[in-house]
Design a protein around this ligand. Sequence first.
Ligand SMILES: Cc1cc2nc3c(=O)[nH]c(=O)nc-3n(C[C@H](O)[C@H](O)[C@H](O)COP(=O)(O)OP(=O)(O)OC[C@H]3O[C@@H](n4cnc5c(N)ncnc54)[C@H](O)[C@@H]3O)c2cc1C
Length: 285
Amino acid sequence: MTTAVAAPFRFFSLQVVRTRRLGPSLVRVTFTGPDLHAFHSDGCDQSLSLFLPQPGQPEPVVPLEQGDNWWQAWRDLPDDVRAVMRSYTLRALRRDPDEIDIDFALHGVEQGCAGQAGPASRWAAGAAAGDRVLLLGPAVADNRAIRFRPPADTDLVLLWGDETAVPAVSAIVESLPAGTRARVWLEVPHAGDVQDLMTLADAEITWLVRGSGPGRAASPLALDTLRTAELPRCERPYVWIAGESGRVKELRRHFVGERGVDRRRVTFVGYWRQGLCEEELRAQS
Ligand SMILES: Cc1cc2nc3c(=O)[nH]c(=O)nc-3n(C[C@H](O)[C@H](O)[C@H](O)COP(=O)(O)OP(=O)(O)OC[C@H]3O[C@@H](n4cnc5c(N)ncnc54)[C@H](O)[C@@H]3O)c2cc1C
């Protein structure tokens, strides 16, 4: 006898319904699609692979007709034809109608701003209703692309994220049960990027505004702030850190090396690295 096991991930063909600017650095893009009813996620920092069209293409080119061989066939396509793949986080999933939100940090797309634009940032800045994308996302709610996994005995949740992790941290904070003690730091380029987060948890949320001038992504704000932060008394903290890789490494070192947090209780993810596009970052990890 064989038991059917649902594949945890599958492709979803989506189109943009609307966009909303959340602040100078973040835009929310809402998507829908006929097969979104099969999209299931427990949320938190649920990561997704988004496939975007090259400029001038009506839709992203991914050879889905190749079945399980799509990945190699996609990689074999010419650079200017192959859809651009980038990692993003599910910000929200709604039913009736089926919709998902993804919040994009915009970098390098506005005049006078620091940093280099990338294809995803550029796409998000110009996204409009009807634009088509492909998403490789979860068909099973509890899946390995959710990394936020506090051990059951956790007595303090510590979260740090930059603007690329604001969506993940926001979704995590919203999901924390009443009574959970949490300290949260979110670092963003502009004061206008600060958002109101809803939570039942006993969470203290600190927004750090670093400014957006040259070299600001490497600002020591996060480390300085955390070094001087007085944490509530706790015995079994759980730490989750995501954002620019260099910053993430420094902060992990701080929690493990300087504060003595058990390294098994620290989840850390480099969401991007200064000076490298996502393909280059993936090739290095
Ligand atoms: C698991 C996971 C979840 C993520 N979730 C989100 C999310 O929900 N929202 C979100 O906005 N991002 C998220 N990211 C980060 C996002 O994938 C990267 O920022 C990605 O590099 C953006 O692609 P791009 O095409 O715009 O730039 P790329 O072509 O990848 O990079 C071009 C240049 O821009 C630089 N760069 C990349 N991102 C930034 C930035 N934010 N600020 C300044 N410079 C940058 C690179 O260093 C490079 O020099 C996530 C990443 C991971 C791994």
